[in-house]
Structures are given as C-alpha cells and as structure tokens.
Design a protein around this ligand. Structure first.
Ligand code: CAA
Length: 283
C-alpha cells in the first residue's frame, strides 16, 4: 500500500516527535489532539527543534519550511478519513486505546492501517476492538523520537504480512531502523529496559548506593548515555510504573514487581522531568 498521508493521534512528547519525523520525511501529516493547547505546544516544539537543526546547519531553511507546510493540525477525529496510516500516541491506558481504535475503525477508510505507539500494551487486544485486526500493528518509537533510530514493530496475532511490509517500508523512509518483535508484554525494549530501571530503584531503596553513584556506575561502567535513574525521570515515573505493572500482570511473575519507592514517588506526583521532580529536581 502506498502511504501518503499520516494522521498522528496525540500531540504530546511522543506524538509531536512522530509527526515531526513523518513531515520531514515527506509525508503529509495531520496532528490530532482533543486539546487545542496541547496542539499549540506540540507544534511549537516541532518548530523549535527544526529551527535548531537549521541553526546548526543540519537542515536547509527551505526543507524546514517544506516540512512545516506538510503539517496540519486537527481536533476532529473524522479527519482520519484522509489518512492512509494512523499512528496513535495517546496515554498508556487500555480503555482509552480500545475506545479510540473502535472509533477510528468506524471513521477511517477500510484500507487504512491503524498503528499504536504503545510501549507495552498487547497489540492483539487493541486490534480486537476493531473489525480490521489484520490492519492493526504496533509501531513503538523511542524517546526522543527525532534522535533515536529504533522503531520496534509489533505484529498482533492477526496482523497481515502486507501490513507489516508497509510499516517496515514507512519506518525506513523515516530514516529509522525497524526491528520485528512478537506481541508479548513489554515487547523487547521494555521487557529488558524496565526491570533494569526497577532494579536500580531497588538499589536506591535498599541503600546500596546514592542515586548519583548508581547512575555513574551504569554510565561509566556500561557506557549508557544516561544512568537508569536519570533515564527513569526522562521517561516519566508514572510510565515506568505502568510498564512494570503491565509486565507483572502479563507474566504473573514476581520478578517484575514494581519497587515500593517507585510507587511512592508516583503517588507523591514526583513523575520526573515533566513535573520538575523525580529522583532529581529540574528547573
Ligand atoms: N528532542 C529532540 N532532540 C533532542 C532531544 C529531545 N528531547 N534531546 C537531545 N536532542 C538532540 C540534540 O539536539 C542533539 O542533536 P544534534 O546531534 O543534531 O545536535 C542530539 O540529540 C544530542 O543531544 P545533546 O548533545 O544535547 O545530549 P546528549 O548527547 O546527552 O544526548 C540523548 C541526549 C540523545 C537524550 C541521550 O542522552 C540518550 O540517548 N539518552 C538515552 C535515551 C533513551 O534511552 N531513550 C529510550 C527511552 S525508553 C523509550 O523511549 C521507550 C519506552 O517505551 C519507555
């Protein structure tokens, strides 16, 4: 299938990043959100990041203008009729996602592919909310989307081969590297990453070392670009907790139990960078 127009649902950090890379790659992009204010924020962020690329000489001003001219905003989900591909990037909540996919299924043309950027929820269950489970697929981008090369592509139980092939080709057009993964909780990225972060939080909770020491060990000893506690703040502690709960429930194995300190921080509203406080404090 030839994809020309992509609708991105959700103009948060991930959604606006996805819209940015799609517009830069030459797709017509509709960025949708229920909130005008969130759309303003998402689009302002895209403009800022592209302007910075121009300042650094990494992008021509004309290419920035062309990318921005391909980007439109929408607060009407019915605009999905124009899309060949819809990429959902809303909150990590199964109820919200299944309701949205059921609605998109009614609105979008029958051939339109519905992709989810979920970080750990089962694609098969999201697909079951639609009458087109063969056209539902996981397209998991990493944060920050414009920088990170990986897109984890998750096949649901019923995802058609040609849908997988289309999404793989779109991913390469975005300048990203697709990696195929089957539909199990946390896929590969978060099945491996989150237990490491959770273990770092346990080490802090048990007083094995300070937060700075834990981060230094992983940065200098393992060459990770960020220590696990800094990375947890970057991802959002609510998201980290939600993913650990998804792993715990999905596998029924206590090795995935979330650290009580993580729960405590989330209950306190210390969600990391986005709230100004997590394991560290931010301006
Ligand atoms: N948005 C867009 N671009 C950004 C950015 C952001 N938030 N932060 C940094 N960048 C860009 C910078 O503009 C810079 O671009 P140029 O090379 O074109 O100049 C480049 O990234 C490097 O930035 P810096 O030199 O300022 O900083 P750095 O070298 O420390 O890199 C980082 C920053 C890329 C975020 C790096 O620290 C890193 O890779 N951290 C780990 C990120 C990671 O693990 N992400 C995955 C999280 S898990 C996830 O997303 C999945 C999930 O489901 C939870």
């Amino acid at each position: 299938m030839d994809v020309k127009t992509i609708m991105v649902v959700g103009a948060g950090q991930m959604g606006s990043g996805i819209a940015q890379v799609c517009a830069v790659a030459g797709y017509d992009v509709l960025l949708y959100d229920i909130s005008e204010a969130q759309l303003d924020k998402g689009i302002a962020n895209i403009e800022k990041l592209l302007a910075r690329q121009v300042e650094k000489g990494k992008m021509a001003a004309a290419d920035k203008d062309a990318a921005l001219s391909r980007l439109s905003r929408s607060t009407d989900l019915h605009d999905a009729t124009d899309a060949d591909l819809v990429i959902e990037a809303v909150v990590e909540n199964m109820d919200v996602k299944t309701k949205l996919f059921a609605e998109l299924d009614k609105i979008a043309r029958p051939e339109t592919i519905l992709a989810s950027n979920t970080s750990s929820l089962p694609i098969t269950e999201i697909a079951a909310a639609t009458k087109r489970p063969d056209k539902v697929i996981g397209m998991h981008f990493m944060n920050p989307v414009p920088v990170m090369k990986l897109v984890e592509i998750i096949r649901g139980l019923a995802t058609a081969d040609e849908v997988y092939e289309t999404i793989e080709a779109v991913t390469r057009t975005l300048g990203k590297v697709p990696v195929e993964v089957n539909d199990f909780p946390g896929f590969i990225s978060n099945r491996v990453l989150m237990p490491m972060i959770n273990e770092a939080i346990y080490a802090l909770y048990e007083g094995v070392a300070t937060k700075e020491a834990i981060d230094e060990v992983m940065k200098l000893g393992m060459n990770h670009p960020m220590g696990p506690l800094t990375l947890a703040d970057f991802i959002g502690l609510d998201t980290c907790l939600y993913i650990m709960e998804t792993l715990h429930e999905g596998f029924g194995d206590d090795k995935y139990r979330p650290c009580p300190l993580l729960r405590k921080y989330v209950k306190a509203g210390w969600l990391g960078r986005k709230t100004g406080r997590g394991f560290y404090t931010y301006e």
